[in-house]
Design a binder for this molecule. Structure first.
Ligand SMILES: [Zn+2]
Ligand SMILES: [Zn+2]
Length: 155
């Protein structure tokens, strides 16, 4: 279970995000291979959750060779296990974790119209969900909190 923390964690962008992802993956004992870097950069380039197929296509275009969705899927699995990517369940797709150095219950706001996904963190909300589950004798491992609706551009 992620530790409750009181610090303001850093959200990374661009090269800083790639470096933070590499550090987090290596900390989990995995290597930051060229293929994994390409998959992460493609994933981070989407402003909406991307499927293994979306990413395979983006990597194929960037690399100039065909990359199979299956190999991308295995890397995404590794990324979610090491906190480098998050799975957005209601979109059945993945998004780069903006704070790979910090384990956190993220909340995602997913636009029904354009798919744009905004990531927010609110410990008060997520701890309340965990406490409500615990009060029922349930051990919360991974709260999934996703809000569907319309983004600012589409509303
Ligand atoms: Zn978060
Ligand atoms: Zn929208």
């Amino acid at each position: 279970m992620p530790a409750k923390h009181d610090h303001h964690h850093v959200t990374h962008h661009g090269a800083g995000l790639v470096a933070a992802a590499q550090t987090a993956l290596e900390a989990s004992g995995e290597q930051w291979t060229r293929m994994r870097a390409a998959v992460f950069e493609a994933l981070a380039g989407f402003d909406r959750p991307a499927s293994a197929y979306d990413i395979a296509e983006a990597v194929s275009n960037a690399e100039g060779r065909r990359v199979a969705a299956n190999s991308v899927y295995r890397i995404l699995d590794l990324f979610t296990a090491s906190n480098v990517a998050r799975r957005v369940e209601s979109a059945n797709a993945y998004i780069a974790n903006r704070h790979p150095d910090c384990l956190h219950d993220c909340i995602f706001l997913v636009c029904d119209n354009c798919g744009q996904t905004t990531h927010i963190d609110d410990d008060t909300v997520t701890q309340a969900v965990r406490s409500a589950a615990t009060a029922k004798g349930f051990s919360p491992e991974r709260p999934v909190i996703e809000v569907r609706g319309l983004c600012g551009d589409c509303a």
